[in-house]
Ligand binder design. Structure first.
Ligand SMILES: *Cc1c(COP(=O)(O)O)cnc(C)c1O
Length: 500
């Protein structure tokens, strides 16, 4: 199966090339030329399979240029009990007769980014080999928190790769910073950048577009690459867990074969919910998609009105991984809904670039609204939802998952829809310990306490175990204390790679 670009469908590349390049040269995103279809019998056959076998089932339909051996090696390197602490990798938690949480945060960094970033390095190095690329890959990441750590864990000690992560000096939580500055591995580097996330992001973009510098790196046998969520190699592993969740529900007799379920996703860049949509396109019985946002509700407005408008205030919230005004993966969704019109997509994305806004046509809008609902909630509703769910069910959610639950609750009270529903649970509550404890108690509960005291108190209140990877941070030494100016980022890269 080949991949085409959303902005020029005459471009056609193999999966290995799509993963290696990340973004198409004219700025479009790679999408499969067609979607494989899966029968109900095949879905039923997943019941008796392990997560890794389910992953093979899905990935082999898309990465057709990978051999069985190559794919199995990628999958088995990524999804292990050692890394995820559970054989089921992405367990489904039953809250009541209609609500099920798909827990995507059992990986090494306690957020759902691990589901893709644990396998991406292996897909990428395999793709390099398959395309006869002999240079060493250098991954550059600018992070506002979750992605940086997940990428570091995914790429650490993966042969043929190096990774450098830049985070804003004053823009990540204490736990997130600790996670990064104590990173182990012989091919990793981390630096703080004076400034905010945009400064770090712009610095990385500048390096990516510096042809002279890239030439210097190439002469030294290095090739720059990125691990961000527009890479097909990050999206395709996310389709797997929706099939896996459905198989789990069947296995536990929670649903009948073929019964349609709803899916609720706390959304930022539109990657996770798009993967669910792709699963439905392949044949997974899904009725409605509920797209949940925090106060940065550009997607809620878009789904309700058909107008995408990023010209609005940016809000910093307690669900920071969803603080986004441009959802890049929406482009793939719209490409599909327009019947694969690269011309229309080019036009809309051009308008977004120049005016910050575009409006989709009525027929595309009605196709979208047949399947998608949207809603948002603010920080205080998020907090209340955490508190209420803990009181009613003894189940403690993180802030992102709580946004999804709050939006779902509103949806049910408006529609009365009783369809069984899977809510994507995207982070461990321990990763956002401060906000979760405030939600469960009040502000005094966290006053003057260090991160490790907060972790212990949350463990007591939630009856959950502190994830080993977070607790162990206490005894780790700081490896990376470099703080650089945004103009010095290139030098940091050169020093790490020892090129001059
Ligand atoms: C990245 C992230 C999201 C948003 O996912 P998208 O695929 O960008 O929509 C939600 N929750 C958490 C915890 C995340 O890290």
């Amino acid at each position: 199966m080949n991949y085409q670009s959303t902005r020029d469908k005459s471009i056609s590349v193999s999966a290995a090339q799509a993963i290696k390049t990340g973004l198409s040269s004219e700025g479009g995103l790679f999408v499969p030329e067609s979607f494989p279809s899966v029968s109900l019998n095949e879905i039923k056959s997943l019941i008796s399979k392990s997560y890794n076998e389910r992953a093979f089932f899905v990935l082999s339909k898309f990465l057709t240029d990978f051999s069985q051996e190559e794919l199995e090696k990628c999958i088995d390197s990524a999804y292990t009990k050692e890394k995820f602490g559970t054989d089921s990798i992405a367990p489904v938690y039953k809250l009541n007769d209609t609500i099920y949480f798909l827990e995507l945060w059992h990986g090494p960094t306690c957020a759902f980014k691990d589901m893709a970033l644990q396998i991406l390095p292996h897909l990428l190095t395999t793709s390099m080999k398959k395309t006869n690329e002999d240079k060493e890959i250098v991954i550059l990441v600018a992070t506002s928190g979750d992605t940086g750590k997940a990428a570091l864990e995914g790429f650490k000690d993966v042969g043929g790769t190096r990774i450098i992560v830049f985070y804003p000096d004053n823009g990540v939580s204490e736990i997130q910073k600790l996670q990064m500055v104590t990173q182990e591995g012989n091919n990793v580097s981390v630096a703080a950048v004076t400034g905010n996330f945009d400064d770090a992001q712009n610095g990385v973009k500048k390096i990516f577009t510096d042809d002279e510098y890239k030439g210097l790196l190439e002469r030294n046998q290095f090739k720059l690459s990125s691990a961000n969520s527009i890479n097909w190699g990050r999206l395709v592993p996310q389709i797997v867990y929706y099939f896996s969740a459905y198989a789990e529900l069947l296995k536990n007799n929670e649903i009948a074969a073929g019964e349609k379920i709803n899916v609720v996703v706390p959304t930022g860049n539109f990657g996770n919910i798009l993967a669910a949509y792709y699963a439905k396109k392949m044949g997974l019985p899904i009725a409605k998609f509920i797209c949940a946002s925090n106060k940065n509700n550009v997607l809620t407005d878009f789904i309700k009105t058909g107008v995408y408008n990023k010209n609005r205030d940016f809000h910093t919230t307690i669900s920071p991984s969803m603080d986004i005004l441009i959802s890049s993966n929406l482009e793939r969704f719209l490409y599909d809904l327009t019947g694969r019109s690269d011309t229309v997509i080019r036009e809309w994305m051009n308008e977004l670039n120049t005016t910050g806004s575009y409006e989709i046509s009525d027929d595309v809008k009605s196709k979208m609204q047949e399947m998608f609902c949207a809603g948002y909630c603010d920080d205080s509703e998020t907090m209340e939802t955490i508190k209420k769910c803990a009181a009613d069910y003894d189940y403690v959610m993180d802030t992102h998952t709580a946004v999804a639950k709050a939006v779902y609750d509103k949806y049910v009270s408006e529609t009365g829809d009783k369809t069984k529903t899977v809510i994507a649970s995207t982070a461990s509550p321990f990763k956002f310990n401060q906000s979760v404890l405030i939600a469960l108690e009040d502000h005094n509960a966290v006053l003057g306490k260090d991160e490790f005291t907060l972790l212990r108190e949350l463990a007591e209140k939630s009856n959950m175990q502190i994830p080993k990877s977070l607790f162990e941070l206490k005894d780790k030494s700081v490896v990376f204390d470099l703080v650089c100016d945004k103009d010095e980022m290139k030098q940091v890269v050169s020093d790490f790679l020892m090129v001059n």
